[in-house]
Design a protein around this ligand. Structure first.
Ligand code: DGT
Ligand code: CA
Ligand code: CA
Ligand code: ZN
Length: 577
């Protein structure tokens, strides 16, 4: 039974599926068009049904007449005959094969034809039986890697990427906060702590009219089904299978409940221990004396922390990683603020695999109040992303100059950068003399992930010591729940980066978040400068900046640890050194 797709995420998912199915059939160009449209819709700032109602679907970047018609059918009819036709042509499990790291459409088709592999179970059997190593393009190593990738796939479980659900969660929070009977509404749980993956969304509401608010919650437009309702807690499902728990409390205990339901469990256990030590009791109802049950604090979180002798601890730090001792000693970091970012260091455009022009990206950045963006398209070593040759880099420079002239006086500067590939020896795939003329050079690993730890360390050290490189892009190359970070000597690489005046990127793209929170903290401890890049491939992706800041905050970073907090002159002077 399929349900009518309603959310942007669902429509995007269908377009992504069409792209994959078309790629399977070996169709050229069309898969990319569907992907591009899906990306735009995923990060669209409003409900796609509103765009449709205004007849403006074709204004969405990447959506042409053909795709707009498909979206219209989806919205009007709740299904798409075209998709059903495509699906019929392949066994259902085949598409899932693409979710195993290292398997693209070509390999999947080959496996299907030669070994009758129809799904992941078949694949696992074939690999275990040693049947795959004999196929053209496969060997014993790739067979072993495939088994490891299947393992990763199976362990992925059902957690959601923060960046994919935060907009929905914040929309629900805002809707609740806007209800007349709601005194306060706030996200809690892991999503408030901004963990990189989220099991379920928790939201806390203070109201005197529990029944009315519960009815409202269960009839929000995002709701797919209602799991349960009750006076203290209700659970709905949004989209495919995201659970949202709403807890209802009275106004005077809001702080205590928010503290309790924000977690983490480890953090809360430590707080309860401190309370017990003082002869008190801490629960979601408040902080009370053990004897007599007198209220000590409950209205705000600050009051609870203060009563326990602690500075107020930002949610992002509540993971039991030393924050309680720091709060007691007054040595908590003064975290970088979400509003302190002045620009984006990693932006793509149509010159490589982005969906928008340089001018459109600049204007969208300006609308966010930023002072600069660095256009860092891919270089020629990445043909799948239409990487730029040195000549094209030169032509792009002229366009950037023109955009800067046109936007002069508007307070937004476009820097000319590149995201160069680091080859297996650690060299960027762009000539030095070309790099020298650029404002920002990101160097990233995009291939050859399977080197040994020693080789990868040497490779990264070489890139860091190359005098044209300013930033190492997505330094560990991990994809959350999909691809583990490649192995390398992190401490050596960070120490070298600090010494060589090379930044480590915090790539804010939802599936990357690379460096991770823990790695940020390690990098900061040895004096590495961090730069946040959204890796935006269209204007909507610029919104991922907040995810990058969240990672930085979870990594205990302060304003001075992150280059994007500087104004343009400060950034440029750091880059020139
Ligand atoms: P998640 O949903 O797996 O990403 O992680 P959380 O941290 O949101 O966990 P969840 O949804 O099970 O519970 C929300 C918060 O409730 C959790 O962060 C801490 C708080 N809490 C406090 N004490 C307990 C307890 O004894 N059990 C559970 N499950 N949660 C507790
Ligand atoms: Ca949760
Ligand atoms: Ca929960
Ligand atoms: Zn990259």
């Amino acid at each position: 039974m399929t349900r009518t797709p309603v959310t942007n995420a669902e429509i995007a998912a269908i377009l992504f599926e069409i792209a994959e199915l078309l790629a399977f059939q070996g169709v050229a160009f069309k898969p990319r068009a569907y992907q591009r449209a899906a990306q735009s819709i995923e990060s669209l700032g409003e409900d796609i049904r509103d765009v449709y109602a205004r007849g403006e679907l074709e204004d969405i970047p990447g959506v042409g007449e053909n795709i707009a018609a498909k979206i219209a059918t989806l919205i009007e009819e709740g299904g798409l005959p075209y998709l059903n036709e495509l699906r019929k042509e392949l066994p259902a499990g085949m598409v899932k094969l693409l979710e195993v790291e290292g398997i693209g459409p070509k390999k999947a088709l080959l496996l299907h034809k030669k070994l009758s592999v129809d799904d992941i179970d078949d694949l696992e059997k074939a690999a275990k039986a040693g049947k795959i190593r004999g196929l053209p393009g496969f060997g014993e190593t790739s067979e072993k890697n495939m088994l490891a990738a299947i393992q990763v796939y199976r362990e992925r479980g059902s957690r959601f990427l923060l960046g994919c659900i935060l907009p929905d969660a914040e929309a629900i929070e805002a809707a609740l906060a806007g209800h007349p009977a709601v005194i306060r509404a706030c996200l809690a749980g892991s999503i408030r702590r901004r963990r990189e993956t989220i099991g379920d969304v928790d939201v806390l509401v203070a109201t005197e009219k529990q029944a009315a608010v519960t009815t409202f919650f269960c009839s929000l437009p995002q709701v797919t089904r209602v799991v349960m309702t009750g006076p203290a807690k209700s659970t709905i499902v949004v989209g495919d299978n995201l659970h949202v728990d709403m807890r209802v409390v009275r106004g005077e205990q809001f702080g205590a409940a928010l503290q309790y339901f924000t977690g983490s469990k480890v953090h809360n256990i430590a707080l309860r221990q401190i309370a017990i030590g003082r002869g008190w009791k801490l629960s979601e109802y408040g902080l009370f004396t053990r004897e007599g049950g007198e209220v000590i604090a409950r209205e705000t979180e600050e009051e609870i922390y203060a009563a326990l002798g602690l500075a107020d601890i930002p949610p992002e730090l509540r993971e039991g990683r030393g924050e309680i001792a720091a709060a007691r000693e007054g040595t908590l970091p003064k975290l970088i603020g979400y509003d302190e970012v002045k620009g984006d260091l990693h932006v793509h455009s149509r010159w490589s695999d982005g969906g928008n022009t340089i001018r459109e990206m600049a204007q969208a950045a300006k609308a966010r109040g930023w002072e600069y963006i660095a256009i860092c398209d891919h270089s020629a070593g990445l043909p799948v992303a239409h990487g730029l040759t040195p000549e094209e880099i030169g032509e792009q420079g002229k366009e950037i100059e023109q955009v800067n002239r046109d936007l002069a006086g508007e307070g937004i500067a476009v820097l000319h950068g590149i995201e160069a590939n680091i080859d297996r020896e650690g060299r960027p795939d762009v000539p030095k003399k070309v790099l020298r003329d650029l404002d920002v050079v990101i160097a990233s690993v995009h291939s050859g992930f399977r080197q040994s730890e020693e080789e990868m360390t040497t490779r990264l050290l070489a890139a860091i010591h190359h005098d044209g490189v300013d930033i190492i892009g997505h330094p560990t190359c991990r994809l959350i729940q999909r691809r583990p970070p490649y192995g390398f000597d992190i401490d050596r690489v960070f120490a070298a980066a600090a010494a060589a005046h090379v930044m480590m990127e915090i790539n804010a793209f939802p599936i990357r978040l690379d460096l991770s929170d823990l790695n940020c903290r390690r990098a900061r401890d040895v004096g590495v400068m961090m730069g946040i890049g959204t890796d935006a491939h269209d204007t909507g992706h610029l919104g991922y900046m907040g995810l990058g800041v969240a990672v930085a905050r979870r990594g205990w970073l302060e304003r001075g640890d992150v280059i994007n907090t500087r104004s343009l002159p400060g950034l440029l002077s750091w880059l020139e050194r």
